[in-house]
Ligand binder design. Structure first.
Ligand code: SOE
Length: 395
């Protein structure tokens, strides 16, 4: 069977998720489009790279990602580093003719995302941005309902992504709170997943009106910079430094097709862990999804008899999108890992069959334009059109 050699740059939380999906993809989807071979892993810290190779099952390691990109044996470069290095690595990888999967958000802002899009277009390689949640079977089922017309014309999309790992002021200042590295805060980190849902399920967003807040303006610094997502609290009397990104944003949105809606995200909502939701209303029915109950899609249809009309629950299973590769009984449970396995399956398949795949770098760029417009609107306190940054106009 065909093999595909993987070079992964970065070895943190996302490195673990991606390594798992390369190993597990053929176990779920068989025959696999190609067998991913975990060839080489890179981390700036040599010891971390060595450990990662051992732990994540890579054949070799390097502390210099450029060596990996120069290596003719590598077919696919996987970027799981903090946001400020995505562009440099992706552009070098595209020039070397490697296919690329890059973690979200694609870049720190739209201008940077555009340089990445231009590079992959010029080289003709395949590219994907890792908005994995749209590959939850219940979300893909929602898409099926909408495409089949079961909801009729879509009126409204309400999306949220609420977490609480940064609600504690002692949750340290990792790179996720620094604009220079992350680009934005809750917006880029988790709000972009909801923007991806909105575009995937309803369509292109044309205008936004938003407000942002930074509730905790400074946080204790941490040594080593390893991102533990709030699970490690800073010691007392540690120096504090400024947070220069949003902790939270709320936005109103207008779609090109006339639908309206709202998108919001926070990492400071006590009690909310991975509360990634959407509710969609159409002229003929409604859908509701919450990732914390990710095996379920709630559906309600206008033509159900009036005395039985209401939301009912569909548990995803073999009859639903990706069901052929997943577990044989509905509600055995879809996890974060499965969404990443499906993501890698779809990407490898698109490379082998030379077909389109989404979300790609163009989607990543459009999402960055929407994110930039949200920040511009919050600053200008008015509706902003989603356009190239240099052209952003108030409405
Ligand atoms: C932290 O907010 C984080 O790890 C995000 O960066 C991921 O995209 C999300 O899937 C889980 O939470």
């Amino acid at each position: 069977m065909k093999k595909m050699n993987i070079g992964m740059i970065g070895a943190g939380f996302m490195g673990k998720a991606h390594a798992l999906s390369y190993a597990a993809m053929p176990m779920f989807f068989w025959p696999a489009p190609a067998i991913p071979v975990r060839k080489m892993v890179a981390d700036v810290n040599e010891k971390a790279a060595k450990d990662a190779a051992e732990r994540l099952g890579f054949e070799s390691y390097t502390s210099d990602w450029r060596k990996m990109i120069e290596n003719p044996d590598i077919d696919l470069i996987d970027i799981v580093t903090p946001n400020d290095s995505h562009a440099e690595i992706a552009i070098a990888a595209a020039r070397a003719g490697k296919h690329i999967i890059c973690e979200k958000p694609l870049a720190r802002d739209a201008a940077e995302a555009k340089t990445m899009l231009d590079a992959v277009k010029a080289s003709g390689v395949k590219h994907m941005v890792a908005f994995n949640y749209r590959r939850t079977p219940a979300v893909a089922l929602a898409k099926k309902y909408i495409e089949e017309g079961s909801l009729g014309k879509i009126l409204n999309f309400r999306g949220t992504y609420l977490q609480d790992w940064s609600a504690d002021p002692n949750s340290p200042l990792s790179w996720r709170f620094q604009k220079k590295i992350a680009g934005s805060g809750a917006l880029g980190d988790i709000g972009t997943h909801v923007i991806d849902f909105a575009r995937y399920l309803v369509g292109e967003i044309s205008e936004v009106m938003a407000s942002t807040k930074t509730w905790i303006p400074e946080r204790p610094t941490q040594s080593g910079g390893v991102d533990k997502l709030g699970t490690v609290k800073a010691a007392e009397n540690v120096e504090k430094k400024a947070v220069d990104v949003d902790d939270e944003f709320i936005s109103l949105i207008k779609f090109e097709n006339g639908a309206i809606g709202s998108i919001e995200a926070t990492r400071n909502g006590w009690g909310r862990n991975n509360f990634l939701t959407f509710e969609i209303h159409g002229e003929k029915g409604s859908l509701y999804f919450n990732y914390e109950r990710r095996d379920e899609l709630q559906v309600c249809f206008a033509d159900d008899p009036e005395d039985r009309r209401g939301f009912r629950t569909i548990y995803t299973g073999p009859a639903h999108p990706y069901g052929e590769g997943l577990w044989p009984i509905p509600a055995l449970g879809i996890g974060y890992g499965e969404t990443k396995i499906i993501e890698i399956y779809d990407f490898v398949k698109s490379i082998v069959n030379d077909t389109e795949v989404s979300p790609d770098f163009n989607d990543g760029y459009q999402i960055a334009l929407i994110s930039d417009a949200i920040l511009a609107s919050a600053e200008q306190k008015q509706w902003v059109k989603v356009e190239e940054k240099s052209l952003i106009k108030t409405v």
